[in-house]
Write a protein that binds this ligand. Structure first.
Ligand SMILES: [Zn+2]
Length: 233
């Protein structure tokens, strides 16, 4: 197999994975209709979902392949996701191998009311601690991409999730599965926080407590990306 065939196969594998996770977005309550989008980085290329096609209808051939600068390398169907600018901005600023963008209800509720999602549960350490809400900017805009990039790159602990005001959330990971799991976890954390608020004033974990969680996870060699917070530990 030559290099070109190998590359085509890797793009195809990424496209299959994106199409599969796209179908899950709706079932898992992370988006509805055609909202939300996913991408994977394959070397210096980005495979990204198309815009405006319901996920249940998306097949791997609909996916677009772009350069890291956004030039079209391989056509898909319709057009690349309208949120391509922030997907590319995240790949430029981080070591992300995959990016997931959601419009899940609990997270959107937080995005409309809070400056960040507080540390209601220790597993939020996996996302880098309390998750900041990026100031509202129109979907698809370069200013939204710049806001996300700045929030992910802010000083302090590395983050792999941000909430977008009156919009949704973005997570990234070292695989699509990991980025997707983080999106699910973020929605669970937002719901848990709302439930706690209904009971009373929630106790929130401190930075020191979260640092301790991170250190212990490392000591036990839990993958911060995939293991910690995954269950009963
Ligand atoms: Zn969106």
């Amino acid at each position: 197999m030559n290099l070109e065939q190998e590359t085509l196969i890797r793009w195809q594998d990424a496209a299959v994975e994106i199409a599969e996770h796209g179908r899950r977005l709706i079932a898992d309550g992370l988006a509805y209709g055609t909202a939300g989008n996913l991408s994977c980085r394959v070397d210096d290329r980005v495979v990204i979902s198309p815009t405006s096609i319901p996920y249940e209808e998306v097949v791997p051939d609909d996916l677009w392949v772009l350069s890291l600068n956004g030039e079209i390398v391989r056509d898909g169907t319709a057009a690349p996701s309208s949120e391509t600018p922030f997907h590319l901005a995240i790949y430029a600023a981080t070591k992300a191998a995959a990016v997931v963008h959601t419009h899940s209800a609990e997270v959107v509720a937080v995005s409309a009311t809070l400056e960040n999602l507080p540390a209601i549960h220790y597993s939020i350490a996996r996302l880098g601690g309390p998750v900041p809400v990026v100031t509202y900017q129109r979907f698809g805009s370069d200013s939204l991409a710049a806001g996300i990039q700045a929030a992910l790159g802010a000083a302090g602990r590395p983050r792999s999730a941000v909430i977008l005001q009156n919009h949704g959330a973005v997570t990234y990971g070292s695989s699509l599965r990991e980025a997707y799991d983080k999106a699910l976890m973020l929605e669970w954390l937002a719901r848990t926080y709302r439930l706690a608020l209904q009971i009373g004033e929630p106790r929130i974990l401190s930075t020191e407590e979260l640092d301790e969680v991170t250190a212990e996870a490392r000591r036990r060699r839990y993958a911060m990306g995939t293991g910690m917070g995954g269950g009963g530990r």
